[in-house]
Design a protein. Structure first.
Lengths: 613, 202
């Protein structure tokens, strides 16, 4: 296809220095758009260019890059997303979080592709971008007005109250806010937007808190529409994509009907549902905390991000309180990981994390670590497995920085190290592992070990091929022959985070659909393998960042338990992860040397030679 | 080579023959493992593959194993070099070959074929087996389509897994059987798909 109009153009941004209040226009050449797309890709491009690996994560010099992607707000399926990239205070790696909601679309409606925030405010403040801030200082060029507003009366408010207050001040705004956790520097604090969707995991909320930045508010509705070169073509490809999403039972039935928590019983039956800090891989109370139970007892209604027909989110109520979620991961972390089978307590603990603006996976996993330390006699008076009340109380204490909560707010790696048993932190690169026991799905072990942002399932989730049979079922216990598939998933997910499109579409769609969608938007042919090459470039750029930050092959590993302690019972009984041969195969397939450094030929192929210098 | 990989080749090779997608010694398959290719041996019977029927050979550099590899190794290499494929299945299905002799593109009319293929380009070469001409021609098309038909010879299907490429091959042949059946019937085909008039531009 070759429509007349091309919308692959220079990327238009704003750079705001909180220390001075100055905002200036920023631009990245068209080549950057072709090589990094937007979102996560642009984030790592800027993180490398600005040498954030030399910057302390909580120092004013650290950047936050807010960036939607070229598909955001265009009508492509499930594309109402954006990324935030920075150096993580939890992991020390480059770190991007990706979230749904309306925030990304609102920024694009201001004709902006990214927003860089640097420096720190003297007093609590929030940033207002767009029409609603016309009384403030404008950026130096043609960009929308940007102003820094005092947020003294917002500081200390929880997430829902902060969002409500901002909505009162700026009707129809889209806001990304931090809660008390971010303000206090909890290393896994999130940035949460109006739809209750979070930039979670790596503590970018703490980076905002260190900058005394309570919120980034965008007023962009009804203004500029994101450009689409060939709307008719986009409509046709989007229709065909929606057909696939509707025909796939995961995206048309499982996720809409049960949400992500449908996975509780699936993973438990497979013997890959980590229980009590990964001591076991099946939970006797799985049914009680399953997606089916959640739907029966707590779900009020489905919710969806902008432009999404899947609708995986859930609005729930316990009778005493109501809120968003929990998701599969948070049910697991606040439940099975801690040996807790009381779903009401889990739901309420999740609400506490949401209110405080904290990542529920790391919160739950850190409590689980504390529970094992207690049972090992290393944490006097600490919580014990199965104590539901303790989980909820520790969530509150962590948000408030009280008692043991102060320690928990640093994450499990620091907690376990401090108490002399670092191996009891179930984390990779200090990021807590999510709800998949890699002893029951070995490819996922390789995915965790090689993830650029630490123990994370969103870099690449082998759940598809190893458990769900997407695209096809493979032997989940096999060690070799998985590197190529994993690399493709890692590269593709880097693309999806940069476009920005929800990864759940990947259960039904392959890269050719994303290429056709982007081709329609840009008016230039983008081939599927070109997209994957872009993903590979982003992945290697992240690797270069982490190498410069001091990470090495030694960090591409798993907690000792997963390598040495066989699963005791269930379908995966007797299994451990034989990581070394898989890692060797992975490095060769990546074009990296034995130390995990991209070879010169690979860097040249990806145009990263200069970035590596 | 892991036993799991051999088993995958065995099962799919057997299925290809049983389904009538290849003759006794026809067709070939491969998977990419980093900078190596595992490809079926020249003259091997895909329905009866043994360990000695899989040949490990370099993606970029040739070695002595080229004496054993499938005739189509030059095509497989070219595809892996230029596309994101991790697996290739090449077969000789009769209905698809028949359709390719009559058309420049195959547009399935059935639901399964429409979902998975939309459209299959038919390309032609004078030297159809293991030729540099085909190696230069096919990857260009496989950048945009997971399955391309070589006129009079058979389809090359790609995927991340062998099973994916096998599935596309199987669906193509089923769609071509249905097309052949309907084209032999009197009357017009009744359209039931929204947007099907755009499939030719897929």
């Amino acid at each position: 296809m070759s429509p007349a109009t091309s919308t692959s153009r220079p990327l238009r941004g704003l750079r705001v220095d909180l220390s001075t209040g100055a905002a200036v226009d920023d631009e990245l050449p068209r080549e950057v758009a072709r090589e990094y797309l937007g979102g996560r890709g642009v984030g790592v491009f800027l993180a490398l260019r600005e040498r954030l690996y030399d910057v302390e994560p909580l120092a004013p010099e650290n950047l936050l890059v807010f960036a939607p992607g070229p598909l955001t707000g265009t009508g492509a399926p499930a594309s109402g997303r954006y990324s935030v990239t920075s150096r993580s205070p939890l992991t020390g790696t480059v770190f991007d979080g990706n979230s749904g909601g309306n925030w990304g679309t609102a920024l694009r409606r201001l004709d902006l592709d990214y927003l860089i925030v640097v420096g720190a405010c003297d007093t609590p403040s929030y940033l207002l971008v767009g029409a609603g801030s016309s009384s403030g200082a404008a950026a130096s060029g043609d960009g929308p007005p940007v102003t820094v507003h005092p947020a003294g009366d917002l500081w200390g408010l929880d997430v829902p109250d902060s969002l409500a207050r901002l909505r009162g001040l700026h009707p129809d705004c889209e806001a990304g806010v931090i809660g008390p956790a971010g303000e206090r520097g909890v290393l896994f604090a999130s940035i949460v937007n109006n739809r209750g969707r979070s930039i979670g995991r790596g503590g970018l909320g703490a980076v905002m808190g260190a900058k005394r930045l309570k919120a980034v508010v965008v007023v962009g509705h009804g203004a500029h529409r994101p450009p689409v070169a060939d709307p008719e073509r986009l409509s046709f490809v989007a229709y065909e994509a929606e057909k696939l999403l509707k025909a796939n039972p995961i995206t048309s039935q499982a996720l809409p009907e049960f949400g992500t928590s449908v996975l509780v019983n699936v993973l438990n039956q497979a013997g890959a549902f980590p229980t009590r800090n990964f001591r076991e891989s099946q939970f006797e109370c799985a049914q009680a905390i399953s997606g089916e139970s959640l739907r029966r007892d707590f779900v009020q209604r489905r919710a969806a991000c902008r432009g999404c027909g899947i609708g995986c989110a859930r609005r729930t109520s316990t009778g005493d309180a109501s809120g968003d979620g929990p998701e599969y991961e948070s049910i697991w972390a606040l439940g099975a990981a801690c040996g807790v089978g009381d779903l009401k307590a889990i739901v309420e603990a999740n609400y506490a994390c949401n209110r405080a603006g904290m990542d529920a996976i790391t919160m739950g996993s850190t409590v689980a670590c504390a529970m094992e330390l207690t049972e090992e006699g290393l944490l006097a008076g600490g919580p014990r497995f199965g104590d539901a009340a303790a989980v909820a109380a520790l969530c509150e204490a962590t948000a408030g920085g009280e008692g043991l909560g102060e320690e928990l707010g640093q994450g499990s790696a620091r907690l376990a190290a401090r108490h002399g048993r670092p191996e009891l932190s179930m984390s990779v690169k200090s990021l807590e592992l999510p709800a998949y026991d890699p002893r029951g799905m070995t490819g996922q072990g390789l995915a965790f070990a090689t993830s650029n942002r630490g123990g994370c399932h969103l870099r690449a989730n082998m759940l598809g091929p190893e458990i769900l049979g997407v695209p096809k079922m493979i032997d989940r216990f096999a060690t070799l022959g998985k590197a190529g598939l994993l690399i493709n998933l890692q590269n593709l997910n880097a693309v999806l985070d940069s476009l920005s499109v929800c990864k759940f579409t990947g259960f039904a769609m392959k890269e050719d659909y994303y290429a056709r969608l982007l081709s329609s938007v840009w008016g230039e042919t983008v081939e599927p393998q070109e997209l994957l090459r872009i993903g590979e470039r982003i992945w290697n750029a992240e690797r270069l960042f982490n190498l410069a930050a001091g990470f090495s092959r030694a960090d591409d590993t798993l907690p000792r338990r997963l390598l040495e302690e066989p699963i005791v019972s269930g379908p995966a009984a007797g299994r451990v992860v034989d990581l070394a041969p898989m890692l060797g195969e992975y490095y060769v397939s990546r074009g990296w040397d034995g130390d995990g450094r991209p070879r010169a030929a690979k860097l040249a192929q990806l145009g990263l030679t200069e970035a590596a210098a | 080579m892991s036993s799991a990989v051999l088993e995958q080749f065995r099962q799919i090779g057997r299925d290809l023959f049983v389904a009538g997608l290849i003759s006794s010694h026809g067709g070939n398959m491969s998977v990419r493992q980093g900078d190596r290719i595992l490809i079926t041996r020249r003259g091997s019977m895909l329905a009866r593959l043994g360990e000695h029927d899989l040949v490990d050979i370099g993606l970029e550099e040739n070695d002595a194993n080229v004496t054993l590899a499938s005739t189509e190794i030059v095509v497989h290499r070219a595809i892996y070099r230029q596309t994101s494929a991790l697996a290739i299945v090449h077969t000789h299905p009769p209905y698809a070959i028949a359709q390719s002799l009559m058309k420049d593109e195959i547009v399935p009319a059935d639901s399964e074929g429409s979902y998975l293929l939309h459209k299959v380009p038919v390309v032609e070469a004078q030297l159809t087996a293991g030729s540099v001409e085909v190696a230069e021609l096919l990857p260009r098309w496989l950048k945009e389509y997971d399955l391309v038909m070589l006129r009079g010879h058979g389809p090359f299907a790609i995927g991340h897994l062998l099973e994916e490429a096998y599935q596309l091959t199987s669906v193509l042949e089923m769609s071509c059987r249905i097309l052949t059946l309907t084209e032999g019937m009197a009357g017009d085909v009744k359209e039931y798909r929204k947007g099907s008039d755009q499939y030719g531009s897929w």
